[in-house]
Design a protein around this ligand. Structure first.
Ligand code: ATP
Length: 219
């Protein structure tokens, strides 16, 4: 290892991004700037085709995320979870990203509060912190109580100041970002009912949605 090199600081934000919206993008950007990260990677999740309310293909979700980060050097797209033909567990993704980094590089798994509360249902969730720090973004429309199973972990691993996170992983911190009560669910509902989603998604994403007729009730 080159002893003069500075460890890299990389954020990972996974999501269905169906579609990507300003909650994801502002969160990723604010976290990147506040913590001085080298980059935040947006990783669209593989999701089996389903027949719920209008939603779109992996290819469309990926295309929209790519459009959304254009011109933003801090935000990059990592399509590795879509390159497999089955859902990836976050632990597998972390192991795969880790394998490409140096041991002292810092990985920050960025999750919204709702996703953080769901952590105990994730495959091998207790091993996540072996590979990364976890940064939790608040969501204004989320419940405020963490589930029982998370409380011990939170007590043992939480650091008040996200800027004080040290080492390649193992700690949890909460990050403040401008709270935006927007969700992809609401955006899909607006589109399905013919309402405007202008200013909730980047204009390039909106143009893509319109050009491809996505999320219309008849899809
Ligand atoms: P859906 O409404 O379809 O469930 P979503 O808007 O929650 O979608 P996801 O792609 O599932 O979006 O979210 C990816 C990650 O981004 C999750 O960790 C989620 O908590 C976080 N996130 C989504 N929207 C916001 C927001 N408005 N503020 C902060 N974090 C958010």
């Amino acid at each position: 290892m080159d002893s003069t090199r500075t460890p890299r600081r990389i954020g990972l934000l996974g999501g269905t991004f169906d579609p990507v919206h300003i909650g994801h993008l502002r969160g990723a950007l604010e976290v990147a700037e506040y913590l001085g990260l080298d980059e935040v990677r947006l990783l669209p999740n593989f999701r089996p085709p389903h027949r719920e309310t209008p939603s779109c293909s992996a290819q469309d979700r990926l295309a929209m995320v790519r459009l959304a980060v254009e011109g933003l050097p801090l935000l990059v797209v990592d399509a590795r979870e879509l390159e497999r033909d089955k859902p990836s567990y976050t632990i597998d993704t972390l192991e795969s990203v880790r394998a490409e980094l140096d041991a002292d590089d810092q990985l920050f798994l960025i999750v919204g509060w709702d996703a953080f509360c769901g952590l105990p249902s994730w495959y091998r969730w207790s091993e996540l912190l072996d590979h990364c720090h976890i940064l939790v973004m608040q969501r204004p429309d989320a419940d405020s109580e963490a589930p029982e199973e998370l409380r011990d972990l939170q007590a043992a691993r939480s650091v008040n100041d996200p800027l004080a996170l040290t080492g390649s992983g193992g700690q949890i911190a909460f990050v403040w970002q401008a709270p935006l009560g927007v969700s992809a669910t609401r955006i899909r509902q607006f589109l399905a009912s013919g309402r405007s989603v202008r200013f909730l998604v980047p204009d390039a994403v909106l143009a893509y949605i319109n050009a491809h007729g996505l999320y219309r009730a008849s899809n």
